[in-house]
Structures are given as structure tokens and as C-alpha cells.
Design a binder for this molecule. Sequence first.
Ligand SMILES: *[C@@H]1O[C@H](CO)[C@@H](O)[C@H](O)[C@H]1NC(C)=O
Ligand SMILES: *[C@@H]1O[C@H](CO)[C@@H](O)[C@H](O)[C@H]1NC(C)=O
Ligand SMILES: *[C@@H]1O[C@H](CO)[C@@H](O)[C@H](O)[C@H]1NC(C)=O
Length: 363
Amino acid sequence: MLQIVTPIFLATLVASHGHISNIVINGVSYDGWDINSYPYSSDPPVVVAWGTPNTSNGFISPDAYETDDIICHLNATNAKGHAVVAAGDKISLQWTTWPDSHHGPVITYLANCGDSCESVDKTTLKFFKIDGVGLVDDTEVPGTWGDDQLIENNNSWMVEIPPSIAPGNYVMRHELIALHSAGSENGAQNYPQCFNLQITGSGSDAPSGVLGTDLYSATDTGILVNIYASLSTYVVPGPTLYSGAVSISQASSAITATGTPVTGSGSGGASTTGAVTTTATTTSSNGASSTTSATTRASTTTSTTTSRSTTFTTTTSSSGGSASTQSVYGQCGGSGWSGATVCNSQATCTAYNNYYSQCIPTS
Ligand SMILES: *[C@@H]1O[C@H](CO)[C@@H](O)[C@H](O)[C@H]1NC(C)=O
Ligand SMILES: *[C@@H]1O[C@H](CO)[C@@H](O)[C@H](O)[C@H]1NC(C)=O
Ligand SMILES: *[C@@H]1O[C@H](CO)[C@@H](O)[C@H](O)[C@H]1NC(C)=O
């Protein structure tokens, strides 16, 4: 049974807004764009996330849907590096605390960049939708939404790269749309975040997509909508879901290593060469940043070489591996699950369906 407690909040206007602090691919965490420091730096660290010089940590309103700002956030600039991921793998996107009044859909797109997402012109990117979760349950207005599930999932969202997608360089555009004020024109708030990925695999699909500036219109039924009235249906805005998209249950991803963005040609694969730094302790984000700059300098002098530097973290603490109790937000059951089925003292094992049970904090 779905056991989500939905507190009924009125439309409190919360000033704090969110962004993605990091993404996790198979346990390897890559830093996002740090809005609180990078815009103030003349030489911010190389990250896999697109940057914005605008320090407001804000959103894009429907009256800006036809401007470039909707593509990857306000005056966004290309990420200077990318992460490598296999088609069929899952990526966990860690948001900063998301206000629980900000109900709305969680949507993820991909757009093929051609040769390089680090240099692609964002106005040419054509996005196709690989995930979209809108209204999940409307028993109690304003309902349970995709981003309520995100909050339940430690403010993170997991998305699967479709196995059928052709390998190549892609921008992943992940977005929350807050609908708490969307009953009035221009009231919706879009929070897009973009990341550069090099997807490997043997798929061959190249789905058609739409330009960022054509994704939404201010009067879409999923954009101009009063969520405080009972809704019989809610259509997630944007183009229709790609047929190869895979819907998954939400889970979080334990971080076991800190990844350094790949810079250079991005051709990757078996011919990839470059430094691998191994450390035995947890690397601070500052440490990762300095590794990144070193990598960048190295790849400048060998411009045809893809530099791939990953800082592996060896975790030897007793909390990992075959622990007999599962930690908060970890999986604790489901068909095929052979790990711990008992949660630690802070959490209760909650079944979402036959395939997935999760340790949800006991309130
Ligand atoms: C985008 O950049 C331009 C030029 O610097 C600036 O005038 C404008 O205010 C910026 N827009 C936003 C939304 O930050
Ligand atoms: C940042 O964006 C907001 C709109 O969200 C705009 O009002 C503000 O002027 C922008 N700031 C700068 C420095 O461009
Ligand atoms: C929950 O998110 C925080 C970051 O906001 C992270 O430090 C923590 O490891 C996450 N917990 C789990 C179980 O993933």
C-alpha cells in the first residue's frame, strides 16, 4: 500500500527555492552548479551541470517560455564537463530542500548534442521526454504530486536512461514545475536544471524532440491550472513521452565515490586514457574541485585525448555492505530483493508495490 502522509498546507508562499546539489550515477557523485559560490568566481570549478550567472536561485515564469532562459535556466551556460553513463543505468538527482507547498510535476528530458555538449548551442537542442510524473493521487486536494514523492525520497529523484537510446552526447534537462500559484496566469514556476552526459550502449533510437523554447505555452492545461480544486485528470506538460522511456520506482542512491567530470572530446569508450586518482578517504568537494582543475590543465596540453579522472573512495566503515538493518530511504523489500528487510530505528519499511519497499523515516 502507498503510505504517504500528505499534510494539508495552504498556499503559503515560501521564499526559498531549490536547485540540484549533485547527481549520483552508480554510486559516483558529481557536483552540481553551486549557486551560492560559482557565480561569484571568475574561474568556477568544472562540473557536469550547466551554470547560471543569476544568483537569485529562482525560476522561469510562463511569460519567459519563449526565451532562452527556459532551456537550462536563467542565462545558462554550457557545463564544461560531462559524466559517462550507460543506457539503462539510473541517475539520482539530489535537490536541495524542496518546499512542500510547491506541488507539481517532475519531468526529465534528453537532447542529443552531436559532437559536444560542452560547446553545443543550447538554442538548437531538441528535447524528448524520458520521464514525467504529475498528479499521483487527488484524494485530498491539492493532491500528491511527483515532487511530493521527491520530498519523500530525500529530496531526490531517480530516472533511468532509456536502454534503447543511441549512444552519444546528451544534455539531460530535469525540471520541477511548482503549481501552487498556477491558478492565475503566469503563476507557474519552472525550475529546469541541465547536465551533460555521454551515454554509452548499443541502442539505436534517435527520438525527435522539440526546442526548449517550444516545450510549453502559458495556457497549457498542465501549466495554467488550479490545484486547490479537485482535478479529474492532469496532463503532464511538454511533448509526449518517448516510447522507449522506462518508468521506475523512486529510490535513493548511496554515494560510494566522488566523480570528476570528463573533459575533452567525449568520444570515451575503450580508448579513453587519463589520470585516475585514488584516495582512501572521503574527498571533500574542495578536494574534488582541485582535482578537476588539474585535469583541465592536463587535457589542454593533450587536446585530442579524453581525460577521465575519477576519484574513488574506499569505504571501509562497518555501516556498508551486508548490514542487517537498512538505513533511511534504502530499499527494504520487493520481488527479487535479497538485502536487509528491517529498517533502522529511525524508519519503517513501507511497501510501494510488489517490486519495491523503502525505509521511510518514522515521524
Ligand atoms: C541575462 O543576462 C543579461 C546580460 O547580462 C542581463 O541583462 C539579464 O538581466 C540577464 N537575465 C536574467 C534573467 O538574469
Ligand atoms: C535574476 O533573475 C531575476 C528573474 O528571476 C531578475 O529579476 C534579476 O534581475 C536577475 N538578476 C540579474 C543580476 O540579472
Ligand atoms: C539525503 O540527502 C542528503 C543531501 O541533502 C545526503 O547528504 C544524504 O546522504 C541523503 N541520504 C540518503 C539516504 O541518500
